[in-house]
Design a protein around this ligand. Structure first.
Ligand code: AMP
Length: 185
């Protein structure tokens, strides 16, 4: 199965993704994790990405798409993948569709975790990651609404969007995801 997890920063995508990959047995493809690792290693991609991560703006598509394309070529992705934090723009979504089509596959479903901005700001204030400073959070939310939210329509038009309430405890949200995935199977 190939699943996209959509939702604002701090919606709980990373936490839910970790639980989901354990039961789905597919790799967890988090571009945020991949980019943070590239920055730590100071690889060429990491050097290009650094300033964007620290300001909460989106890393240019060329950098992200190259990382994802490489990752998709590894054998473990043959069984499927859970995309977390990617795609973030319609351009990336189109590119992902092409990358998958070239491998004879496609996205099966997109799960959107819906969480209001007020809840996000409160949640991220308590998380303590470097890009969780209030100004950076504001920028990340802005990037989300401007660049990522249009993806809901992109996947809805393909009949691939399932919207879920992302407010509640980790186990409540994870239960909603489980139920949805069971209905899809
Ligand atoms: P995340 O861990 O998904 O919240 O991502 C953290 C940061 O990494 C974002 O604020 C962006 O700067 C960058 N990033 C992660 N995924 C992407 C992506 N698909 N496209 C562009 N930038 C990204």
């Amino acid at each position: 199965m190939r699943i996209v997890l959509l939702g604002p920063p701090g919606a709980g995508k990373g936490t839910q993704a970790a639980k989901m990959v354990a039961s789905l047995q597919v790799p967890h493809l988090s571009t945020g994790d991949m980019l943070r690792q590239a920055v730590r290693e100071q690889s060429p991609a990491g050097k290009q990405a650094d300033q964007y991560l620290s300001t909460g703006t989106l890393v240019p598509d060329v950098v992200v798409l190259r990382l994802v394309d490489e990752r998709l070529s590894r054998p473990d992705c043959a069984s499927g993948a859970l995309f977390d934090g990617f795609p973030r723009t319609v351009t990336q979504a189109l590119a992902l569709d092409e990358m998958l089509a070239a491998r004879g596959t496609q996205i099966d479903v997109t799960l959107e975790l819906c969480v209001p901005d007020e809840v996000i700001v409160q949640r991220l204030a308590g998380r303590g990651r470097e890009d969780d400073e209030p100004e950076v959070v504001a920028q990340r939310l802005l990037s989300y609404h401007r660049q990522t939210k249009p993806l809901s329509d992109y996947y809805r038009l393909q009949n691939k969007l399932v919207e879920l309430n992302g407010v509640g405890s980790t186990s409540e949200v994870s239960q909603r995801i489980e139920t949805t995935l069971m209905q899809l199977r």
